[in-house]
Design a protein around this ligand. Structure first.
Ligand code: GBH
Length: 480
């Protein structure tokens, strides 16, 4: 037994997202999401692929549940496709009973297998109807009403069967990658070589504001009309990488490292816990960052029952002397893999942005816990790709020791954060159960503990990490 530990009853399992695994885009009444549309634009997805088939999980729910059981998972975090439930998306559009029934059955099947469902309402796949009708997140009033309506449809459909609800997955990604760099759907950006429309200096901040208000409205709906009878909890999932100063002896780099955390995480975290945007963001962005009305503050402040934390890696941060560009979204700084002393933050993976640094996990969750007054955390994603994994022959690919080491390091760091630093963490979902559609990267980058044979009828093969992860939790979770 290692010295550090995770609390008794710790909820661990795996995470996925609807568009990344389901396929079946036209089945049972589903309509397009903005990702279906985005994938059709040539050049947007590295391998020209889409989520049309993906892991075919829409047809293989039993197989996926069997995989979860085999791994010993206690929980499964998955997202609902809004376009299956309300195909056109809006509060006056028809609800699709078939879409609802698919997920109701899935939740029942999970329970029958002894696996706790954790539902994400929105993992980036906005119904395209709402994008076309009014610009999606850019139209705050419409978007908030439609999201609240969709959330209510879900709360009603699943009632007491679901104890863990997540409103949004990583609103940073939808806002910045969707409205600033244009890498993600809906692909808007000021860069006219990439999109005919968009304003990177304003739209990401407007979208982010809409997400916050919509989160607050959905949480209020749950607390007012469902929580007492259904007994669940609701929160938001925020992404964030840890930051180390490029030169720890340069106060400007130390400050920039914190500013990066504020631009990436506190953008959403501060309004939810304090009712305001971080000063560093207001200072740089001025009135491009929307203001909260008193009614909005009342909705947003205090709107997390728990903090959903997605975390993968760390970077070195170097301040910039020059004035920030109008499209800057990181806080006027450089993000680097090597520091002044020549240390490398972590080994390469298949994802350019992902360098494992387990100690950063412990440091970040402690930083968040201190900043936000010791909230309850559920880690809602953590995992890694492997450099060159996709090019390996199957027998070698299944021996994913690098991923096993990643999980050992990160789960150990989490146990330290809990046992030594006193962080209140109660669950952990590894990303991901399956190799899946890795957004703009297509299928070349794999994050699964299960290999999915895209050329061989989507057959699933558990990797070594699928077995190892359970033994790691066994080691750390307190029995008494
Ligand atoms: C998660 O985001 C997602 O929730 C999940 O759907 C996804 O499959 C998983 O990561 C693995 O990627 O390309 O330089 O602009 C993780 C947080 C933040 C990581 C944005 C990628 C893009 C950096 N992501 N980041 S860049």
């Amino acid at each position: 037994m290692p010295e550090s530990y995770l609390p008794k009853g710790f909820l661990w399992g795996f995470a996925t997202a609807s568009y990344q695994i389901e396929g079946a885009p036209h089945e049972d009444g589903r309509a397009d999401s903005i990702w279906d549309v985005h994938c059709r634009i040539p050049g947007k997805i590295a391998d020209g692929s889409s989520g049309d088939v993906a892991c075919d999980s829409y047809h293989r729910t039993a197989e996926d549940i069997a995989l979860l059981k085999q791994c010993g998972a206690k929980a499964y975090r998955f997202s609902l496709s809004w376009s299956r439930m309300i195909p056109l998306g809006g509060r006056n559009d028809p609800v699709n009973e078939k879409g609802i029934q698919h997920y109701v059955k899935f939740v029942d099947d999970l329970h029958a297998a002894g696996i706790e469902p954790m539902i994400t309402l929105f993992h980036w796949d906005l119904p395209d109807g709402l994008q076309k009708r009014y610009g999606g997140m850019l139209n705050k009033d419409e978007f908030v009403k439609d999201f609240e309506n969709y959330a209510r449809v879900c709360f009603m459909a699943f009632g007491a069967k679901v104890k863990y609800w997540i409103t949004f997955n990583e609103p940073w990604c939808s806002s910045i990658l969707g409205f600033s760099t244009g890498l993600f759907a809906p692909g808007r950006t000021s860069d006219r070589s990439k999109s005919a429309e968009g304003d990177s200096s304003t739209e990401p901040w407007i979208a982010g504001h809409s997400f916050l208000i919509a989160h607050g409205a959905a949480v209020k709906a749950y607390r007012d009309d469902f929580k007492a009878k259904d007994g669940g909890q609701i929160g938001i999932t925020l992404n964030g990488d840890w930051t180390e100063p490029w030169d720890p002896n340069d106060p400007a780099d130390v400050e920039a490292a914190t500013r990066k955390l504020e631009f990436a995480i506190s953008w959403f975290g501060d309004p939810i816990y304090f009712g305001k945007y971080p000063d560093s963001m207001r200072k740089q962005l001025g009135n491009r960052l929307p203001e909260f009305t008193p009614e909005e503050i009342a909705l947003v402040k205090g709107s997390n029952d728990f903090y959903g934390m997605n975390h993968y890696c760390a970077n070195y941060i170097k301040h910039k002397e020059t004035e920030p560009e109008p499209n800057d979204f990181v806080g006027n700084l450089e993000i680097l893999m090597v520091n002044k002393a020549g240390d490398i933050i972590g080994p390469e993976t298949q994802s350019l942005w992902l360098r494992p640094y387990p100690l950063g996990f412990r440091k970040l969750i402690k930083w968040l816990s201190d900043r936000y007054g010791g909230p309850t955390f559920y880690v809602t994603e953590n995992g890694t790709s492997l450099k060159g994994e996709n090019d390996l022959p199957l027998d070698q690919l299944l021996e994913d020791d690098f991923r096993c080491e990643y999980f050992r390091g990160y789960i150990g760091a989490l146990a330290d954060a809990h046992a030594i630093d006193g962080v209140d963490v109660r669950g952990y979902m590894a990303w991901s159960l399956l190799d899946n559609f890795e957004w703009a990267e297509g299928y070349e980058t794999r994050f699964g503990v299960t290999f999915v044979d895209y050329a061989g009828d989507q057959k699933r093969y558990p990797k070594k990490s699928a077995k190892v992860i359970g033994s790691i939790f066994d080691q750390y979770i307190k029995k008494e």
